[in-house]
Design a protein around this ligand. Structure first.
Ligand code: FAD
Length: 544
């Protein structure tokens, strides 16, 4: 079965008719990881997502697969070790998508990190996270730090540490994991909301859901239901009457994007803010993005906005650390805001709460999973599926195969390693004009060796069409990535809303026409789609 909007009727028919071992609620990274782990172990899996895949927190992160240096400050060595090792695994699974990125930690007067603490801390980090020798931390003098990043405030900096992290396209990681699960016969569908749980003999035995496009309600039946709905986890626990004192604590995180010319840093920097927090400035494509804030959140989870205060906080922090930048609110090209589904810890503030994942098991069988990080999704999935495998074994004596996701390469990984990705880029870039090389590099970062299919489609377009590359990308997403709206394409599959916002204006009409043709949109639908996209641009660029 392919994974396009046109295959929805088949997927829905299967969801209605088949009986599943596991029904997953939520198509963020947690749910996607669980679906892949379970399906690849031979279990029959259904996954439903109320919006688009990754439309929750999993498209709003700092977009790092990281070892969690900050956990070292909380002396959480176990977590540093686990996520540190895991990031190397996730890099191997998709080296084009999870890309090495050196991070500079400038040491400043009265900052969070002193020279000795940083040197020892980063060394411990290298050991705990099994960092390969060439990537291990390097301590820098003041001069070396300023040579590494000349835009830093010279009279502030006392030295620095350079260490290894990985960049990722978070929403693309989710869709690739979903596609991999689909290849193992998991039935994954977006725009389908779990509205109620179904019980049999006092046990959760299914989910009642509503599909957005047909407005149809239907029921999915199965032995185990896993609630992986991120910030919405407690809503489903409440519905299930199993919400207890262990509950979520939501904190909001905002990122802003500016043109690279406004903050032309040479590399990623993790720096001090005057209130004692740390934030990132990360170059990507022709932009630099900055984040994140960390504030309590209790408002509407379906409408999370970056406020003026959030944006000013980030601008002040960046202007303080990079005095030549002089960024103002008008320079913000785009932004995103998301909430962390953390596990509440009494008496702890937003920044102090652990990012650990946790499973809540209700007496009626509902399994809920929250907390954690994008980085640890594979391990989180193993834990959840282990629990189901144990239940199956206890009940039937049947053994479920162990997890194999450490060896399941994600779609688009046709590479031996990261060097191979760079060679692949060198093969394709000469086929395009030099001014477009960055576009090819970006496409290969996003799709890996799936770019081959995009290239073939590109060749089938008229070469004088200036939108042929983006149209080829759209065709690939339409046929393989279950998109059904302009925002699915511009925001979550391609990240253009954040990092190539200018490409939207020049391509929007032609993309809407191609998409409309594929999806049979009546003229009003096309207009509505363009309106929604324009609204999203306004939301990403204006702040109240
Ligand atoms: P979500 O991604 O929110 O997925 C839950 C899904 O469930 C949603 O898509 C939602 O629509 C769906 N859903 C809800 N209710 C229903 C229903 N009734 N029916 C069907 N579907 C439903 N981690 C890192 O590793 N690296 C980082 O750099 C990083 N940076 C971060 C920065 C910020 C600002 C934030 C907020 C988080 C960051 N994280 C990072 C953490 C990471 O993003 C999250 O831990 C992770 O994305 C949570 O994924 P999830 O699948 O649990 O939740």
């Amino acid at each position: 079965m392919a994974f396009s909007f046109k295959d929805r009727p088949n997927i829905i028919a299967s969801l209605k008719k088949d009986y599943f071992d596991i029904i997953v609620i939520g198509g963020g990274i947690t749910g996607a990881g669980i679906a892949l782990d379970a399906a690849s172990r031979g279990l029959k899996v259904a996954l439903i997502e109320k919006g688009d895949f990754a439309s929750g927190t999993s498209s709003k992160s700092t977009k790092l697969i990281h070892g969690g240096l900050r956990y070292l400050k909380q002396f959480d060595f176990k977590l540093v070790r686990e996520v540190g090792k895991e990031r190397a695994t996730v890099h191997k699974l998709a080296p084009h998508l999870v890309r090495p990125e050196k991070m500079l930690l400038p040491l400043i007067k009265d900052g969070n990190y002193g020279k000795i603490i940083t040197s020892v801390g980063l060394m411990v980090y290298d050991v705990l996270a099994d960092v390969e020798v060439q990537d291990q931390r390097k301590m820098l003098t003041k001069e070396e730090t300023l040579a590494c990043e000349p835009l830093l405030k010279p009279d502030h900096v006392e030295g620095g540490g350079l260490y290894a992290e990985y960049q990722v396209d978070d929403a693309r990681l989710v869709i690739e994991v979903i596609k991999a699960a689909h290849d193992f016969d998991a039935r994954c569908i977006n725009y389908t909301k779990a509205v109620d749980l179904i019980y049999k003999g006092g046990k959760v035995s299914g989910v009642k859901c509503e599909e957005h496009f047909s407005n149809e309600s239907f029921e999915i039946y199965g032995d185990h239901v896993i609630n992986a709905s991120g910030p919405w986890v407690d809503e489903i626990r409440l519905q299930n009457k199993s919400l207890n004192e262990k509950r979520l604590h939501l904190t909001k995180g905002v990122h802003i994007v500016v043109d690279k010319a406004k903050l032309p840093i040479k590399q990623s920097v993790y720096f001090d803010v005057s209130d004692g927090r740390m934030i990132f400035a990360i170059p990507r494509v022709k932009t630099t993005y900055i984040g994140t804030t960390d504030t309590e959140y209790s408002a509407n989870k379906d409408d999370i906005r970056a406020t003026k205060a959030d944006v000013n906080y980030l601008i002040d922090a960046v202007n303080d650390m990079f005095p030549f930048s002089d960024i103002s609110k008008d320079d913000v090209q785009s932004s995103w805001a998301g909430v962390r589904p953390l596990i509440h810890e009494e008496g702890k503030s937003a920044s102090e709460i652990s990012r650990k994942d946790e499973i809540f098991e209700a007496e009626n069988g509902l399994i809920s999973m929250a907390g954690g990080k994008l980085t640890g999704y594979r391990k989180m999935a193993q834990k959840a599926v282990y629990l189901v495998a144990k239940r199956i074994h206890d009940k039937t004596g049947k053994s479920i195969k162990p997890s194999r996701t450490k060896r399941i390469m994600l779609p688009g990984n046709g590479f031996k390693d990261y060097k191979d990705v760079l060679k692949y880029k060198e093969k394709y870039e000469p086929k395009f004009e030099a001014k477009d090389h960055y576009k090819i590099s970006r496409l290969i970062d996003k799709y890996g060796s799936q770019f081959e299919a995009i290239y073939k489609m590109y060749e089938s377009f008229d070469s004088s069409d200036e939108n042929s590359l983006i149209r080829a990308e759209l065709k690939f997403c339409l046929e393989n990535e279950m998109i059904s709206s302009l925002l699915d394409f511009y925001e979550r599959r391609t990240g253009r809303l954040y990092f190539e916002i200018e490409s939207i204006t020049t391509s929007m009409e032609v993309i809407a026409a191609d998409m409309g043709e594929f999806l049979n949109w009546p003229i009003d639908d096309k207009k509505e789609q363009i309106r929604c996209l324009k609204d999203a641009i306004v939301l990403a660029t204006t702040f109240e």
